[in-house]
Design a protein around this ligand. Structure first.
Ligand code: PHE
Length: 315
């Protein structure tokens, strides 16, 4: 019996043997009931056997419990050699990427970064830009008007006005920000981003404009050479005005930006003497530049915040 207890392997088997020994119909129970028929020595012998067995059961039980505990811990052990779950790390949005590139290029040319409010007053968005109240050019931009007469900024050109009013001439700045127009299709959304460049000094010419634009595009698109096409255009705040197209992938001309020599009236509106200072301005859609660079084709998707789409597009 004693050997049997020591060799039991599970708590269940030990329990069964315990019941078979000390239970209601257990062997020891039966023997204890017959104790009265024994002589003193035999009684003492049985008592001793009884308590030895009980002690053995207790010892074996605690041994088996300890083993079970250790086995459980073994199973729960952390396997530090396992590969961790893949983590989703955040990345920069393509628009932010493009802005970082654009800014560092323009800053290397000596342009200084300016921003302005997205809710603009009529003066900065239109009137100071030589586009007074009943000017037909206001129709070029489908404007969101606010009840108090302010507008959602339709163009970052408002920022060049603010910068000239504040700093005067000479000035070399670029303005960035969201702009708003009532438009909606695959290449236009009601909100898009523009970049505006402005360089006013004593002898700034159209050649400087084309040189900076060409060098900028070369660096932004990482191309050895860019072929430009300059077309005459119209903006109320530049004279002459041009549109700059770029040869894309060998065959297509892409319209990229509007530009021109800043109109003398605009300089005057900002307290700058056009007899002394002149210069150029250019403006372009920064989303469009980002889409071209990264090969994206739906402007609206850019703002859906759909991480699967962004991941698919390589971000
Ligand atoms: N503001 C013009 C537009 O939104 C772009 C432009 C900027 C043109 C500066 C000329 C000079 O279309």
């Amino acid at each position: 019996m004693q050997e049997q207890i020591k060799n039991i392997k599970t708590l269940e088997d030990l329990q069964a043997l315990y019941v078979a020994t000390f239970g209601k119909n257990g062997t020891m129970t039966a023997r204890l009931k017959e104790m009265k028929n024994l002589d003193n020595d035999a009684r003492a012998e049985l008592n001793k056997e009884n308590s030895t067995l009980r002690e053995l059961f207790k010892v074996r039980q605690s041994e088996l419990e300890q083993q079970a505990l250790m086995a459980g811990l073994q199973k729960q052990k952390l396997d530090v050699s396992l590969n961790p779950e893949p983590e989703n790390t955040g990345t920069l949005h393509p628009i932010t990427h493009a802005l970082a590139d654009i800014s560092s290029i323009l800053e290397s040319f000596g342009y200084e970064l300016w921003t302005g409010p997205e809710v603009e007053d009529d003066w900065h968005n239109f009137t100071a830009l030589n586009t007074p109240m009943h000017h037909p050019a206001r129709d070029m931009q489908d404007t969101f008007f606010l009840p108090n007469g302010n507008v959602m900024r339709t163009q970052t050109s408002a920022i060049q006005i603010r910068s000239m009013e504040k700093k005067g001439a000479p000035i070399k700045m670029f303005g960035i920000g969201a702009t708003y127009r009532k438009e909606m299709d695959a290449t236009h959304g009601p909100m898009f981003h523009q970049i505006e460049g402005l360089y006013i000094d004593k002898d700034v010419t159209m050649t400087d404009l084309i040189g900076d634009v060409q060098e900028f595009l070369k660096r932004f698109f990482e191309m050895d050479n860019v072929e430009l096409r300059i077309r005459p255009s119209y903006f109320p705040f530049t004279e002459p005005s041009i549109e700059v197209d770029m040869k894309w992938r060998g065959d297509k001309w892409l319209e990229l930006m509007g530009a021109g020599m800043v109109h003398p009236d605009v300089l005057r509106n900002c307290g700058i003497n056009p007899e002394e200072y002149q210069g150029f301005a250019f403006g372009f859609g920064w989303d469009r530049l980002a889409m071209l660079k990264y090969g994206l084709n739906d402007l609206r998707k850019l703002y859906d915040g759909d991480i699967r789409w962004l991941k698919n597009a390589g971000f």
